[in-house]
Design a protein around this ligand. Structure first.
Ligand code: LRH
Ligand code: MN
Ligand code: MN
Length: 400
């Protein structure tokens, strides 16, 4: 490794220390057949039910040691609500991964055509609130801390909906859901500027998400999905602000070329991920343990388990690089406005090849040196394909 921070030995120690505490949650929906709104390409090895999703997540965690939880989407994974908790519990034991964040689904039911928690109809708002409270109950039954709220509400045409009145409705709905949380639980408010609505969404950016979180109550925080930003938006600055305000609940990580493409983390712009991670390693302090790192990716073309292993590894490498920056030295250069030296120090960490140190960390922690290679050698995906091919051949229409 190079000289951005001092000795190679010191670098290795920093990498080890950073990786020991770094965990990233897998999305259950990343293991099943998903696609774009134009269609999907079915994969023979894709998970066809909850057990197979847990099996795949367990496999990723066994290979990486860094992904012990799996996010669940209520409608897709626990459609019977709390009644499904016992099954989840037994899958947790069987596959060695726990349920993580719980995601209510406010976008698929026909009744949400004009919105859910911000729908002009009090009756539909109430039904959406009830679904979210049921999701909180699922989370309680599974001992899950976080309820991730993606509110897909919005409008397609100017004048067709009242932006202002919907704010009141949504605030009221979120407050009611917040009141159902246990003291140790959290509500994470995710923002997204467009899709499925294309004129406005009710929670379009981090400012709105922050205000909705604040008005909902003290256990509500903001969820940053890296794909949910306008082109050129400075995501690491948003992260720095949310940390400053003690309002950063967590991330949905993915990469994008255009918007919400759900591509593999770091596949398009790894430097951005590094910059986000740098804000965290340098600025999170005692908030670090309360930042939920989660993956939100659906791979239409790549093999599911393969892509998840690749993602976890990419996240570890970029996090390790961010940990390499000598923060004290950088602060000194910044204070003296030695611009190029400061930038070079920063870039030096980014350009450092941490892969040998990360692999060494794995070996010392009893993990495979090269998780992808071990996955290929294990034959796991081929076995899954044999077992699941027939079921997958018949699945062409449902998202989950
Ligand atoms: C919306 C989103 C949200 C959903 C997930 C499937 O684009 O990012 O987090 O729950 O995708
Ligand atoms: Mn998301
Ligand atoms: Mn998204």
């Amino acid at each position: 490794m190079n000289n951005h921070s001092g000795s190679a030995h010191g670098d290795t120690e920093r990498v080890f220390q950073a990786l020991d505490s770094f965990r990233i949650e897998l999305p259950s929906w990343g293991f099943s057949n998903t696609g774009t709104r134009f269609g999907k390409f079915v994969q023979p090895a894709a998970a066809t039910n909850l057990e197979e999703k847990f099996a795949d997540a367990g496999q990723v965690n066994a290979l990486t040691g860094a992904s012990p939880t799996v996010a669940l989407h209520v409608l897709w994974d626990t459609p019977n609500g709390v009644k499904d908790a016992a099954e989840v519990r037994s899958l947790e034991t069987k596959y060695g991964v726990r349920a993580g964040s719980i995601n209510p689904n406010l976008f698929q039911d026909q009744k949400y055509k004009f919105g859910s928690l911000a729908n002009p109809s009090a009756e539909i708002r109430q039904q959406a609130v009830a679904h979210c409270i049921e999701s909180v109950e699922v989370a309680k039954a599974l001992d899950s801390r976080d309820i991730s709220m993606w509110i897909s509400d919005g409008a397609n045409y100017p004048g067709s909906q009242s932006i202002r009145r919907r704010i009141d409705w949504l605030q009221e709905s979120l407050k009611t859901i917040h009141d159902a949380l246990r003291p140790d639980q959290r509500m994470l408010v995710e923002y997204k500027p467009f899709e499925p609505a294309f004129y406005f969404t009710d929670v379009a950016d981090w400012g709105m998400a922050l205000e909705y979180a604040r008005s909902a109550g003290p256990q509500a925080k903001v969820l940053v999905d890296t794909g949910h930003h306008y082109q050129a938006q400075n995501v690491e600055q948003i992260v720095a602000w949310l940390l400053h305000l003690k309002a950063l609940g967590g991330f949905h990580f993915n990469d994008r070329k255009y918007a919400d493409d759900d591509l593999t983390l770091g596949s398009i712009d790894p430097y951005q991920v590094f910059r986000i991670f740098y804000e965290i390693v340098s600025g999170a302090g005692d908030q670090l343990n309360d930042i939920a790192f989660m993956i939100d990716q659906s791979h239409n073309l790549k093999g599911k388990v393969e892509a998840m292993v690749q993602t976890v590894v990419a996240a570890q490498e970029l996090y390790a690089k961010a940990a390499l920056v000598d923060q004290a030295k950088l602060a000194g250069l910044q204070d003296e406005c030695r611009l190029v030296e400061a930038e070079e120090l920063f870039r030096g960490a980014f350009y450092t090849d941490v892969r040998p140190a990360v692999a060494q960390w794995r070996v010392t922690r009893g993990l495979p040196h090269d998780p992808l290679k071990t996955l290929y050698e294990s034959g796991y995906v081929e076995r899954a394909a044999k077992q699941r091919a027939a079921k997958n051949a018949g699945s062409v229409s449902s998202y989950a």
